[in-house]
Write a protein that binds this ligand. Structure first.
Ligand SMILES: O=C(O)CCC(=O)C(=O)O
Length: 252
């Protein structure tokens, strides 16, 4: 991989394709593990679950419920660094030089999330940015890698991106869903492009690039594993609970 070329593209457009990273045996194992976790056959204390809304509407998601029983319709599973198979993806040797070139030698994890669109459609995810005060850290992370665990063609609700939209920074101090007036002013609907992916491919997605994903019309699950990296010097600033200790990604 030409690390500098990939990072130059990432800097300019807010996303960059890395090509195939995960091989077929790894993908089969990850899919089986994802199913087993959702079905409660593998129990890993500390995982965070969010189930899909039956309506497919983002506004209807029920937050704070966690694991609600065996189901393949969990929309998000977070803290997958607790699982050895997913941990292998987070610290994959193919992405290591790139992550270290962007961040530095000492890299920790902000989060790792499996984002699923179940075979029945999943939930529409509106344009958002991944950062802001809500994240509770002393600086905004700026590197995410999204790994396709299944094929994610356009009709599966692939990630959609507004190229170059990261350069304006966060739309609101809080971060998250981007207000409609900001999207209108930035002509998001005219500029957005689908970023379909084959299973095993990895894509860099800048935390501040405007991105969204639609529903899945393929009748097959569409799972993406999203990993956010940051420098080990990043500090947790949350006050309500003890500060987070971040997972160190590369041990060597
Ligand atoms: O997988 C998706 O549908 C969205 C991914 C995303 O928003 C992210 O990785 O930050």
């Amino acid at each position: 991989m030409d690390v500098e070329a990939v990072l130059a593209e990432y800097r300019a457009h807010g996303f960059a394709r890395l090509g195939p990273v995960l091989d077929e045996p790894t993908l089969l194992a990850l899919r089986a593990r994802a199913d087993a976790i959702m079905l409660g056959e593998v129990v890993i204390p500390g995982l965070f679950f969010q189930h899909d809304a039956t309506s497919g509407r983002y506004e209807d998601l029920e937050l704070g419920r966690g694991f609600i029983g065996p189901s393949l319709d969990y929309r998000k599973i977070e803290k997958l660094e607790l699982d050895p198979l997913f941990r292998g993806v987070i610290a994959h040797p193919t992405v290591e030089p790139l992550v270290r070139a962007w961040i530095g030698e000492d890299v920790v994890l902000y989060r790792s999330i499996l984002m699923t669109k179940g075979r029945d459609g999943g939930t529409f995810l509106p344009f958002h940015q991944d950062g802001g005060n809500f994240w509770g850290v002393d600086r905004n992370p700026d590197l995410q890698i999204w790994f396709a665990i299944d094929d994610a063609p356009t009709e599966a609700g692939c990630v959609e991106i507004v190229p170059g939209s990261h350069v304006g920074g966060l739309a609101t101090p809080l971060g998250g869903v981007i207000p409609a007036d900001v999207l209108r002013a930035g002509d998001a609907e005219a500029r957005v492009i689908p970023v379909p992916a084959r299973a095993g491919e990895a894509i860099l997605i800048h935390n501040h690039v405007w991105h969204r994903s639609g529903q899945n019309r393929t009748g097959k699950p569409r799972r993406g594993f999203s990993v956010c990296y940051m420098p080990a010097s990043t500090r947790c600033v949350r006050k309500k609970r003890a500060p987070r200790q971040f997972f160190r990604v590369f041990t060597g």
